[in-house]
Design a binder for this molecule. Structure first.
Ligand code: SF4
Ligand code: SF4
Ligand code: SF4
Length: 388
């Protein structure tokens, strides 16, 4: 059984919904439960009138655990440089999606890429969909990620195995880039094809992503906006509003507070706002309204950016408010604390079965819940207390 995913990720509402475990599962027994995390659906053996589920996970390398970004703490990649960027050429906009699609188009035109795995929006149903695009026309015609959740990496196998792509870019949330980074560091040879095929990761800045029901409940039922009227969603630069831009030019505004109840549960403990595991990260924070901030974290990211500049598909300047980016990165301290709460929850579960772990669990619990005004925490829990 996939014990670690079940107890350390799904049970704690910590799944980011990236979809890499489903793609990597060698026996194809992980499926989406239509909620926020995958489920193991084992094959069933029929014996006479009885059906017996088979333990499909025995003798497996547990690739699902090998790639899950939520089973490990990760160290951010330092930014090499942060630029203000705007798309030129056919897209011509300063939005993050415009910049991303221009970098991808340049990469595809010059043969650096032969395909892209990305989140897009079905323009009729307004449903987020994971897509594989392979031509410049398809890339330019995409709407791009829209703050609505779908498991992006679900279509990775389609790109690599069905369509034989060898140079792929993955565009998604910071947690998607974390999953790819974790997978790339694995020494399991069965992941080699994925490792070699994924050349570039691009992440959007992200404070949370919403379940698609947001569209039906808030926009359609709440505001009376018909689905086919909506062109795209945009996050305001101050992260306070979600704007639905309509085809007639009108804009409907959803306060983020209202949208928050639709946030994916796994976002609650997320500590990555600025795409700290991606080759490139793009977002609205830190620059003027008609530009996006583009953070380059790796040499690969640098090559793709230079390529897009050379092809005149993006223009850049160094007018970035680094203080705003630093302050956003520091926000993660609060979330790091949330992650520690998850760890302590796990430890307490262990402590139920193992008395030796109770002392450690209680000490961690007290450390996390202690308020700064408490002066003598050592009087509450002694170091030799067994927590009985
Ligand atoms: S342990 Fe193996 S078979 Fe089971 S879900 Fe994970 S990858 Fe799939
Ligand atoms: S975070 Fe991604 S890899 Fe981990 S369980 Fe969720 S979907 Fe699977
Ligand atoms: S907030 Fe974190 S977990 Fe949620 S979508 Fe963004 S990067 Fe992923």
């Amino acid at each position: 059984m996939v014990k670690r995913l079940e107890t350390e990720v799904w049970a704690l509402d910590d799944c980011t919904g990236c979809g890499l475990c489903v793609a990597a599962c060698s026996k194809q027994v992980l499926h989406w439960n239509a909620k926020e995390h995958p489920l193991l659906v084992p094959p069933v053996k029929t014996l006479g009138y009885t059906k017996k589920p088979l333990d499909s996970c025995s003798f497996c390398d547990k690739l699902c655990e090998e790639v899950c970004p939520r089973l490990e703490r990760w160290v951010p990649l330092d930014p090499q440089v942060a630029l203000a960027a705007r798309a030129r050429g056919p897209i011509k906009t300063g939005t993050p999606n415009g910049v991303i699609l221009s970098i991808l188009s340049a990469g595809r035109s010059t043969g650096l890429l032969d395909g892209v795995v990305m989140l897009d929006l079905d323009p009729w149903e307004l449903k987020p969909i994971a897509r594989v695009t392979s031509t410049v026309e398809e890339i330019v015609g995409s709407i791009g990620p829209q703050y609505l959740w779908a498991p992006t990496l679900d279509v990775l196998n389609e790109a690599i195995f069905d369509r034989g792509m060898e140079n792929i870019a993955v565009v998604g949330t910071p947690c998607t880039a974390q999953a790819i980074r974790k997978m790339k560091h694995s020494t399991n040879p069965r992941l080699k094809l994925y490792q070699e095929a994924i050349r570039l990761t691009i992440s959007t800045f992200c404070t949370g992503i919403y379940r698609p029901e947001l569209i039906e409940e808030v926009l359609v039922k709440g505001m009376g906006v018909s689905r086919d009227m909506v062109m795209r969603l945009e996050l305001s630069p101050d992260n306070q509003w979600l704007h639905a831009v309509l085809w007639d030019g009108d804009v409907r505004t959803i306060p983020l507070q209202q949208a928050e109840e639709y946030t994916l549960s796994g976002c609650g403990s997320c500590i990555d706002y600025l795409g700290e595991s991606a080759d490139l990260a793009v977002g609205t924070l830190g620059t003027s309204e008609d530009m996006s901030t583009l953070i380059i974290r790796t040499r690969t990211g640098d090559v793709f950016t230079r390529n897009a500049v050379k092809m005149n598909l993006i223009e850049t300047s160094d007018e970035v408010d680094m203080a705003a980016l630093d302050s956003a990165a520091n926000e993660k301290d609060k979330r790091e604390r949330a992650q520690e709460f998850n760890d302590v929850q796990l430890l307490m579960l262990d402590a139920l079965a193992d008395p030796l772990k109770r002392s450690e669990a209680i000490q961690q619990f007290v450390r996390l819940y202690r308020t700064p005004t408490r002066t003598k925490p050592q009087e509450i829990v002694r170091s030799d207390c067994t927590g009985c």
